[in-house]
Design a protein around this ligand. Structure first.
Ligand code: SF4
Length: 376
């Protein structure tokens, strides 16, 4: 471990947080994988499958999804047995065609025509076309490093920032990579696996796929798991505007989710992020991840003048629909990017949230019984 104890001197709460029974309980799978007691889900996906070499390239997409559905059932059985301690990963043989192989084949079908996110541009990205996110099939990494600023249970986090994004937020703090898909180093699946492994060797608690946004880069990310062997939790740090199909591929691979849930309605989302059906899509995806039994820390950014229409609506939806998550209620909003360049146009969000606004957010979360203090 190159980084040694240094991260925990900077962030002692990264150790203390595990004394909290709510955190231990709600992030129990992540905790077990982080400590090496259980294998990361992607490693299980490599051991589930059939002992026959299938010619996946010649199969139709529907046939592949049917195979995926069948292997999902087997994956869930195996996962439960491993979680309960009935079997170990080493008890399982490596199949000739694995669940991960099916996922890799499917994700390449999903980018040409592209349906990775709910924009569903249907452009031929493998043929060099670009959609709303500005990306063709080439994946670029803006930076990758040990991050000490994430939520306490996640620190130190092995963060990989991808370029491009499916949202166009006028206040984006990472606009240098989200709006400029070329602002990074080109990576293929092997190179990306090397980056993840080198972060792991530095003692990180997880590999954190973020951006920009990771969803548009799903093909190379999922393929990179073929070349990874490290037992490290995989973390998906997304705007959650992915398509149903992308989410199906991710559900069995991700050990802990760190999704954004910004807006409480579609109108605010369209105004500030140029996105249709935001609330419908993002709430649908959160519910799906939750119902699958995944562990989740939701990030909600409190925006000035948006406590009633967004913060309270998001928190209420969480309390009603996915109550056993942790929520980071974030006060870090600051005017950035277009809000600074055109502050007259975006006057209502051209300041930081006030103390009263943050207090209103916390008090409302308390009333709803939301667990936010250990991660906010
Ligand atoms: S990832 Fe989304 S925005 Fe980008 S091309 Fe595909 S469907 Fe369009």
């Amino acid at each position: 471990m190159v980084d040694g104890y240094y991260p925990y001197l900077i962030r002692p709460d990264a150790l203390d947080v595990w004394m909290d029974p709510e955190v231990r309980n709600r992030l129990s799978w992540y905790y077990e994988v982080m400590n090496g007691y259980k294998p990361a889900k992607y490693l299980i996906c490599k051991r589930v499958g059939i002992n026959e070499e299938l010619d996946l390239e010649s199969m139709g997409e529907e046939e592949l999804w049917n195979l995926h559905t069948g292997m999902r059932d087997e994956f869930i059985d195996v996962f439960r047995c491993i979680k309960d301690g009935d079997i170990k990963l080493s008890d399982l043989e490596t199949p000739k065609t694995s669940f991960l192989d099916i996922k890799i084949e499917l994700v390449y079908r999903l980018i040409s025509p592209c349906r990775l996110c709910e924009h569903r541009c249907e452009v031929d990205r493998l043929g060099g076309r670009r959609g709303f996110c500005g990306l063709d099939s080439v994946v670029r990494v803006g930076s990758a490093f040990t991050h000490l600023g994430e939520e306490a249970p996640l620190v130190p986090s092995g963060t990989i920032f991808f370029t491009g994004c499916s949202l166009k937020c006028v206040f984006c703090q990472n606009y240098d990579i989200s709006r400029d898909p070329f602002n990074g180093v080109v990576v293929d699946a092997r190179k990306l696996a090397d980056i993840a492994s080198s972060l792991y060797r530095r003692g990180v608690r997880n590999i954190n796929y973020v951006g920009g946004n990771p969803d548009q880069n799903l093909h190379v990310i999922i393929e990179s798991f073929r070349y990874m062997t490290d037992n490290v939790p995989l973390l998906w740090n997304s705007n959650m505007y992915m398509s149903k199909e992308s989410l199906e591929l991710l559900l069995d691979l991700i050990d802990i989710w760190l999704p954004d849930f910004k807006y409480g309605n579609n109108d605010c989302a369209f105004r500030y992020s140029r996105i249709d059906r935001y609330f419908d899509v993002v709430s649908r995806n959160h519910k799906k991840v939750y119902d699958y039994g995944s562990e989740i820390i939701i990030r909600h950014l409190v925006m000035p003048n948006h406590v009633e229409c967004c913060t309270k609506k998001v928190l209420k939806w969480i309390a009603d629909n996915i109550p056993r998550v942790l929520v980071n209620i974030m006060g870090q909003y600051r005017p950035e990017y277009m809000v600074v360049r055109d502050s007259e146009r975006f006057r209502d969000i051209a300041r930081r949230p006030t103390r009263d606004e943050m207090r209103a957010a916390f008090e409302y979360a308390d009333r709803l019984g939301i667990v936010y203090k250990p991660v906010s």
